[in-house]
Design a protein around this ligand. Structure first.
Ligand code: GLY
Ligand code: MN
Ligand code: MN
Length: 481
């Protein structure tokens, strides 16, 4: 009995320890393999240099929540700032033998960690991220490397918008040291002659597009979760929607559900626009205090789960029933989207085949039939954006666009936006519809990832009749006398 209790106690304490952090992040093997693939694609006698994202200041002594650069995360799994990674095509000689990759990270610091959170430190990065050569960023300045011996030094150019935090070894210092070591032209001396001629700021992006554009099974597990969570949020909002709610409140409900499922962030600022606000493609103010029963609301939201972001848009009638005009536009966008989705398969081009060949043609013909434009060939601004893009660690993810390949994850998102004052019958004014779904390209076609959220007009109306737990969630009225 005693033994059983001891075992039970140990397993309880282990399981409570394990709950400090989720345990379903990308594995260190994934990141290690990706570094190997970058190395394979690098030209001979080259080095690739990647920097962590900068910390961004919000105001005074408050910074924005830190988010790692997606390339850096993809290759390392390191989520902290002030770091630099180097991948070498060939083995390099070091004091303790040879190595083909090295990372400089922010040092442990008890005082800093007490205020701003845990750091992995050298030991953590060696153990959890499977690196052998790990040093503190303060050692980068003295790191002995002769960049001139490489045929190519591959890196992304700098925007020069990194703050000097005055902490030794911060990103500002890392970039300054790299520029000096590699012969990057300095300010005031921007002549081509002054810079080393082996600097290459183009090749790395193509390598990253080739890799990140095709998702592995491990990545897809996380992406599927992000998409499912986003769809469940759309469904719960469909049930909870009532005239008089605010755009913020609706956004908050989505984002609560993201957090409920442990999705850390929104992959991009949530777009929640009622009526004419839906005509602003990236409307993120979400300020309207009361949405009204005679309008639709366009909701473009994506949960980011362990780095991977969904991108799902639903447009629904606030009162649960599409008006005649709303339904005409909605069903037209649906038809354009549905036919484009069904044509997804390896070898097709998103813009040429799916957008101009299918979605845009259907929308133009439909708009002409409804009398909103004079003819299907008339130029107009009612569908002003592209049909889709890759999704992944970025909402507009890195990837190639020449033709679709198995393993690509993309959005299909046609829309029609008719702002107030548009040159058509005013019964159409303020109608804005985007339907956006996430699609995985498979060997012989596609898989619709975002099928948990209804997108047919009749199915949306049916879902909106379902009861919502929010119906009984009543808070005190702050304006009451
Ligand atoms: N949410 C941004 C986009 O749909 O591309
Ligand atoms: Mn999108
Ligand atoms: Mn979107």
């Amino acid at each position: 009995m005693k033994k059983f209790l001891a075992i039970a106690f140990i397993s309880i304490s282990f399981s409570s320890m394990a709950q400090d952090m989720p345990d379903d992040f990308l594995s260190s093997e994934f990141h290690q393999e990706r570094r190997g693939l970058v190395r394979e694609k690098m030209p001979k006698n080259s080095v690739a240099v990647f920097f962590a994202n900068p910390v961004r200041n919000r105001a005074n002594d408050v910074d924005y929540v830190y988010h790692q650069d997606p390339n850096f995360y993809y290759l390392t799994g390191y989520k902290e700032p002030h770091a630099v990674l180097m991948i070498f095509k060939e083995e390099q000689d070091g004091p303790d033998g040879t190595y083909d990759e090295i990372i400089f990270i922010q040092p442990r610091n008890a005082m800093a960690e007490m205020w701003t959170g845990r750091r992995m430190g050298i030991g953590g990065v060696k153990e959890k991220l499977a690196f052998n050569q790990v040093f503190n960023n303060t050692d980068f300045e003295d790191y002995n490397i002769d960049f001139s011996k490489f045929d190519k030094v591959l890196f992304y150019d700098f925007f020069d918008d990194v703050r000097d935090t005055k902490t030794e070894g911060d990103l500002y210092d890392l970039i300054a040291s790299f520029k000096t070591k590699a012969g990057y032209p300095t300010e005031g001396d921007l002549t081509i002659e002054s810079s080393a001629n082996n600097l290459d700021m183009e090749t790395l992006d193509q390598i990253m597009k080739d890799l990140r554009g095709i998702k592995t099974k491990e990545e897809l597990d996380l992406l599927r979760k992000a998409v499912d969570i986003s769809c469940i949020a759309q469904v719960e909002v469909m049930k909870a929607m009532r005239p008089g709610m605010s755009e913020f409140e609706i956004q908050g409900l989505h984002e609560f559900i993201f957090k409920k499922y442990q999705a850390e962030y929104e992959g991009y600022p949530s777009i929640v626009g009622a009526g004419n606000n839906g005509c602003i493609l990236h409307y993120i103010e979400n300020y309207k205090p009361e949405v009204s029963s005679d309008e639709m609301i366009l909701m473009d939201l994506g949960a980011e789960y362990h780095g991977y972001t969904a991108d799902v848009t639903r447009t629904i009638p606030v009162d649960g029933k599409f008006s005649k005009e709303e339904k005409a536009i909605y069903d037209l966008v649906y038809k354009a989207q549905d036919e484009a989705i069904k044509a997804c398969k390896p070898g097709v081009n998103i813009q040429r085949d799916l957008d101009f060949g299918i979605a845009r043609r259907i929308i133009n013909e439909g708009l002409a039939e409804l009398g909103i434009i004079d003819s299907a060939t008339q130029r107009h601004l009612y569908y002003p954006h592209g049909l889709g893009h890759h999704i992944g660690l970025d909402v507009h993810d890195k990837g190639n666009y020449e033709y679709l390949e198995a393993g690509m994850a993309i959005t299909i998102e046609p829309g029609i936006y008719i702002p107030e004052g548009a040159k058509c019958d005013e019964k159409w004014w303020g109608i804005a519809v985007r339907i956006e779904d996430d699609v995985l390209i498979t060997e012989d076609g596609y898989e619709l990832l975002s099928d948990l959220a209804p997108r047919k007009s009749e199915e949306i109306e049916k879902m909106m009749k379902e009861p919502s737990p929010l119906d009984s969630f009543v808070l005190p009225d702050l304006d009451k006398e």
